[in-house]
Design a protein around this ligand. Structure first.
Ligand code: ATP
Length: 146
């Protein structure tokens, strides 16, 4: 039936784009599951979330400017992303190397060191953005107490 053939060929691209969207949605769901695993199981990631939340609250409290919000957003994202990569590296290393191996040690230590580097950067950003403001707030109290 020529009509049926026309109908099938017209709906085929639509079906394939629906499948494409479904596949993309599924990948997003897996990615969100990965974030969930990270936040549920990794104590360090939970500490980073608390620290990031404190920074966001301080940002609103001190009414920081656009550039400072940008630095804060990038910093918080970078630390959490590094923690995610570190967790993934640990999982793969444990999967591939059940016993002790010097290369496994290097992989885990360097991954953990990468998180530490981003955390040091985050502390530096926090100090640059908030320390002068906190000092302005606290200094009169200290001077009043002396
Ligand atoms: N298979 C291994 N071979 C050699 N050294 C290892 C191995 N597994 C772990 N290590 C060493 O032990 C350290 C701790 O590894 P572990 O897997 O316990 O991670 P962790 O520090 O507990 O990480 P987290 O607390 O973030 O889960 C590593 O940084 C590495 O120096």
């Amino acid at each position: 039936m020529p009509g049926a053939t026309r109908l099938r060929s017209a709906s085929a691209p639509r079906r394939s784009s629906v499948r494409w969207v479904q596949r993309r949605l599924r990948s997003f769901l897996f990615a969100f599951a990965g974030i969930g695993h990270l936040l549920r199981t990794q104590g360090n990631a939970q500490i980073h979330v608390v620290a990031g939340s404190v920074a966001i609250v301080l940002g609103f409290f001190f009414n920081i400017d656009r550039g400072e919000w940008l630095a804060l957003a990038l910093t918080i994202t970078l630390v959490l992303a590094a923690e995610g990569v570190n967790t993934a590296v640990e999982a793969v290393v444990d999967l591939v190397t059940p016993g002790f191996h010097p290369l496994a040690k290097i992989a885990k230590d360097v991954a953990a060191g990468t998180v530490l580097l981003t955390a040091i950067g985050a502390v530096a950003v926090g100090v640059i953005v908030f320390l002068p403001r906190l000092w302005t707030l606290v200094a009169p109290l200290i001077q009043g107490a002396i």
